[in-house]
Design a protein around this ligand. Structure first.
Ligand SMILES: [Zn+2]
Length: 112
């Protein structure tokens, strides 16, 4: 678990001080990162930075995806960027709400 080790380690800051793991805020969302005690410099966790980047990009555009079938059910696949942005993993569940004759709302529920 390299990431767990990274999450708990301190980072050497440019000022010569050490940045300790901290919960930071980026664009209103809580993200993992490190904060230097000496100069207050903040370092955002690369995974969380990527998530925010994808979220911002994806919120500006509609993605067109194909609807396929699996047995008697219809399936929709979404691109890797979407699962990264929403941190979707196999085993997570989703609640689906029919909003209109051609609109669905999907809410991801992460497994604990
Ligand atoms: Zn510093």
């Amino acid at each position: 678990m390299i990431m767990t080790k990274l999450d708990n380690d301190e980072l050497k800051c440019d000022c010569g001080g050490w940045a300790k793991p901290a919960k930071l805020r980026l664009e209103g969302k809580e993200v993992r990162g490190w904060k230097c005690k000496k100069c207050d410099m903040e370092f955002i966790h690369p995974e969380d930075a990527q998530t925010i980047l994808y979220l911002n990009k994806l919120k500006k555009q509609a993605l067109e995806v194909k609807i396929g079938s699996l047995g008697s059910n219809q399936i929709i696949r979404f691109p890797k960027e979407v699962s990264t942005a929403l941190r979707v993993h196999s085993g997570d569940t989703a609640s689906i709400k029919v909003c209109d004759h051609n609109r669905l709302e999907i809410q991801i529920k992460h497994k604990k």
